[in-house]
Design a protein around this ligand. Structure first.
Ligand code: 8DG
Length: 242
């Protein structure tokens, strides 16, 4: 018997801004309900994953909604239940609750995390990427200009300072791009859009190379792992430019 599609969901309030809760969503394959799930999209508004091993025809989605008290995390599952809608209800609901609890715990930890700002500098429908020269495990990989937000600085102050130090240019800082992304050692990566003031040319002060990449070229360089999560948002940014 094929059974009907069943949708179950739970909502949990997390007292943390949505941009930070989005960094708490799993981005690698993870186990749930006796199987493994693969993340297929991550955005500030939420996330979706499909079963790749175990419970086939199973989709999970997390929707993040800003509320006056923080962020509502709604976890939902869509699946085929051969025994009818009630057959797996309590097991699925408890898995959704544990998914939400994991997100909540990580989001609360990330709320106090040091922020690393990255800068999406765009010019003529191209994005400026830079190649790291150190440490050994990151040398040769690509990232966006930026660095740690120092005590007392705003994100925008840190973007301006880092772009001056790393590239020798003055930038005008715009809105955040894509979701925040959790980094190793409990840090948080947040990308801001920016444009170079005037027609100054950036020079790599402590990086191996710089490149201006079109949306179609973004996948042609090896990025740091966290930046790979951001490629869809960066592509969308470039494709949406006038
Ligand atoms: N600037 C930047 N850092 C990134 C990106 N993606 C990513 O994972 N990171 C990581 C690499 C580093 O571990 C960390 C940046 O921290 P940092 O600025 O304090 O450290 P750093 O290694 O560049 O060294 P330094 O400035 O202390 O010399 O963030 C990105 O796109 N831009």
């Amino acid at each position: 018997m094929a059974g009907a599609d069943v949708i179950l969901s739970t909502t949990t309030l997390v007292d943390v801004p949505r941009r930070i809760v989005s960094a708490a969503l799993p981005v690698h394959d993870f186990p749930l309900l006796g199987g493994w799930f693969r993340v297929v999209s991550v955005a500030v508004e939420g996330w979706s994953a499909v079963a790749v091993r175990g419970p086939r025809s199973f989709r999970l989605a997390v929707r993040l909604t800003t509320t006056p008290a923080g962020t509502d995390v709604t976890c939902s599952a869509t699946f085929r239940a051969p025994g009818g809608p009630l057959a797996h209800r309590s097991r699925v609901l408890s898995a959704l609750t544990s998914l939400a609890e994991g997100i909540r715990t990580r989001a609360l930890a990330l709320a106090g995390a040091p922020v690393i700002v990255g800068t999406a500098i765009v010019r003529g429908r191209r994005l400026l990427a830079q190649q790291r020269s150190y440490p050994a495990d990151a040398a040769g990989l690509w990232e966006l200009p930026g660095g740690r937000v120092e005590p007392g600085e705003s994100d925008a102050d840190a973007v301006v300072r880092e772009c001056a130090e790393e590239l020798g240019v003055l930038v005008e800082v715009g809105a955040p791009v894509g979701p925040d992304v959790a980094l190793p050692k409990g840090k948080l990566l947040r990308i801001h859009r920016a444009t170079i003031v005037g027609d100054a040319r950036p020079h790599p002060h402590d990086h191996a190379d710089l490149r201006w990449l079109t949306a179609g070229q973004l996948g042609t360089v090896p990025w740091l792992p966290a930046d790979r999560v951001l490629l869809p948002a960066l592509r969308q940014l470039l494709r949406g430019l006038p």
